[in-house]
Design a binder for this molecule. Structure first.
Ligand SMILES: [Fe+2]
Length: 274
């Protein structure tokens, strides 16, 4: 049956409902930023300084510090196992924690708006600290991330390596697969929308299940560390510097990975240059 034209009155009321819906969505829409694999003190300093400017500008509702935030040079088990005594010289657990607070954590917390949900993920490098304590139990009570950074007291939600944080429809993990198709592997294992780092290189894979056609996206993020830190020993790799800007509601989300190719400079999704 063809519906009879009801005139401008109905059009107006449809428009009104639509605007109301859009307004409701905008109210519920939130902004997030995620920064992965900084590997302090091997972080890309110019990028970090520019990123802080973006944090101040965007005032995110959620911030995800995605793991390998610190490199944990003082307990580098590879260096220890290979008896690299010279490279280990002068590395101290306490100095690394203090440096990280001064250069990264304190300025970040100052830049984040009040009420921002702060999510801290341990990466495999933070997990090294537990391995070091297993080897040297004298460090128990002194060397742990929590006992030095006091993240919970600072208002951070903290997640151990392997755990996930949920933000709307997205799971944030540090990441664990390093095969060529790591995004595909991650989606196949989690069967959810997953954002992760660990590989230091962007990658995207989407799978749509036949059940209710629900799509699951896996996105690997660029990293916040130097491109050739000592532990890479000049090996070739596919790393890219950058971070993630994302917007989300309860039901939908959009992910905008931002890459920085030169000297820590980047163009934000808004088009503003940093
Ligand atoms: Fe990493």
């Amino acid at each position: 049956m063809i519906k009879k034209y009801q005139g401008r009155k109905n059009e107006k009321s449809t428009l009104k409902t639509k605007n109301k819906e859009e307004k409701k969505m905008t109210v519920l829409q939130k902004t997030g930023l995620a920064y992965y694999d900084a590997h302090y003190p091997h972080h890309n300093r110019p990028l970090w300084m520019n990123f802080l400017k973006l944090v101040r500008k965007m005032k995110p509702d959620v911030f995800v510090f995605g793991g390998d935030n610190m490199n944990m040079d003082a307990v580098d088990h590879w260096m220890e196992d290979h008896k690299k005594v010279r490279q280990m010289e002068g590395k101290r657990v306490l100095a690394e924690y203090e440096g990280f607070k001064k250069e990264m954590l304190n300025p970040l917390e100052k830049a984040l708006p009040k009420g921002c949900r702060k999510i801290w993920l341990d990466g495999n490098h933070e997990a090294w600290m537990e391995l070091a304590i297993d080897k040297n139990p004298n460090g128990e009570g002194y060397w742990e991330v929590e006992n030095n950074l006091h993240l919970k007291e600072r208002g951070w939600e903290t997640y151990k390596y392997g755990e996930y944080a949920k933000v709307g429809k997205i799971l944030f993990i540090h990441g664990q697969y390093t095969n060529q198709g790591h995004a595909k592997k991650t989606v196949n294992v989690y069967e959810k929308n997953v954002v992760y780092g660990h590989d230091h290189a962007p990658q995207l894979f989407t799978k749509i299940t036949p059940v209710e056609n629900e799509p699951h996206t896996g996105m690997s993020l660029p990293c916040g560390c130097e491109m050739n830190p000592h532990f890479m020993r000049n090996r070739p790799h596919a790393w890219v510097n950058g971070f993630l800007v994302f917007y989300f509601t309860k039901k939908i989300f959009s992910l905008f990975p931002v890459t920085s190719i030169f000297d820590g400079k980047f163009i934000a999704p808004s088009g503003k240059r940093y």
